[in-house]
Write a protein that binds this ligand. Structure first.
Ligand SMILES: Nc1ncnc2c1ncn2[C@@H]1O[C@H](COP(=O)(O)OP(=O)(O)OP(=O)(O)O)[C@@H](O)[C@H]1O
Length: 208
């Protein structure tokens, strides 16, 4: 599902990063650990095609990123990749339901109301489905962020620090939700974190 070879990236200011190869099969999970500043988010952005590699290759869901032009990359990401960011990316003027509809329609998929209702229910968002996202609690925002990463049943889900700012009980809940939803969607799951509480939940780990 994910295969990288000799990945390197250099920021404009000259900061250079070399990453170990990642090999992940369909439905597998990977936890990427490492101290702050080591390049975890940079690696996630490369794997999601948000940054272009300086050298090396990435293949996700059988597609070699080198073969994709920028617009094709955006389309590919919309269909095959789910992103769960540290900072929430919601459209603040819209409701929870409208945000999910918009994300679902991005890869030009037909509206699937049943899928939205079902996912919202599993993530405990049914009661707030028609509320503005600005009216949600922190925990509800976190769960909406997960729902937005999974609504289109992506092949791969990348989650960047999904448990930062959570207490121990909520940390476990969010990790279990992510694993459960990834299993239902048969998605591979890559979690980037420096939160050592997450370690015990994943066997497959890569430390940068
Ligand atoms: N756009 C940029 N231009 C230059 N340097 C950058 C840029 N973005 C990040 N960096 C630097 O690259 C290094 C790696 O950043 P990155 O965010 O990938 O680390 P990280 O391991 O995810 O850190 P954290 O755990 O704190 O989120 C940091 O030193 C950061 O300051």
């Amino acid at each position: 599902m994910i295969q990288t070879d000799a990945l390197q990236f250099t920021y404009e200011n000259g900061s250079e990063f070399s990453f170990p190869d990642v090999h992940l099969k369909s439905g597998e999970h990977l936890l990427i650990l490492g101290p702050s500043g080591v390049g975890k988010t940079t690696l996630l952005h490369l794997l999601a095609g948000l940054l272009p590699v300086s050298s090396g290759t990435i293949s996700v869901a059988g597609t070699d990123f080198q073969t994709l032009k920028r617009r094709d990359m955006d389309r590919f990401r919309g269909s095959h990749i789910g992103l769960i960011f540290q900072q929430y990316h919601f459209i603040r003027s819209l409701s929870v339901y409208q945000n999910l509809v918009l994300r679902q329609s991005f890869p030009k998929k037909a509206l699937d109301k049943a899928r939205i209702k079902e996912l919202a229910s599993r993530l405990g968002l049914s009661e707030v489905l028609h509320k503005k996202v600005t009216q949600l609690s922190q925990g509800q925002q976190q769960r909406l962020s997960i729902a937005l990463g999974l609504i289109h049943k992506p092949d791969v889900v990348f989650a960047d620090e999904p448990t930062s700012n959570l207490d121990d009980a909520n940390c476990t809940t969010v990790i279990e939700l992510l694993k459960e939803e990834a299993k239902i969607c048969q998605s591979s799951l890559v979690i980037i974190t420096h939160d050592h509480r997450v370690k015990s939940h994943f066997k497959n780990q890569l430390t940068l």
